[in-house]
Unconditional design. Structure first.
Length: 79
């Protein structure tokens, strides 16, 4: 994953905050899985819940509730 220290990933978003997806980093099947879930550029995401150890992260995207692994959330650059 090629992210700079100034980019914020979905993994670092606090519970209850709404963010907008800027881009999806990564490649291969991981990237395709994220895109297939509707986490594309411009999508608004709300972090609903994070498990005690941080995995999974539950989010709402376009009215759907999804569970993401930390590895997936780290590939989603948000604003």
């Amino acid at each position: 994953m090629n992210t700079t220290s100034t980019e914020k990933t979905l993994k670092r978003v606090p519970i209850g905050e709404r963010v907008t997806v800027l881009k999806v980093a990564g490649n291969g099947s991981l990237r395709q899985r994220i895109l297939d879930m509707g986490l594309t550029k411009g999508a608004e995401v709300e972090v609903r819940k994070v498990a005690p150890l941080g995995d999974p992260i539950e989010v709402t995207v376009r009215g759907y509730e999804l569970s993401l692994r930390k590895k997936e959330a780290a590939c989603i650059i948000v604003r």
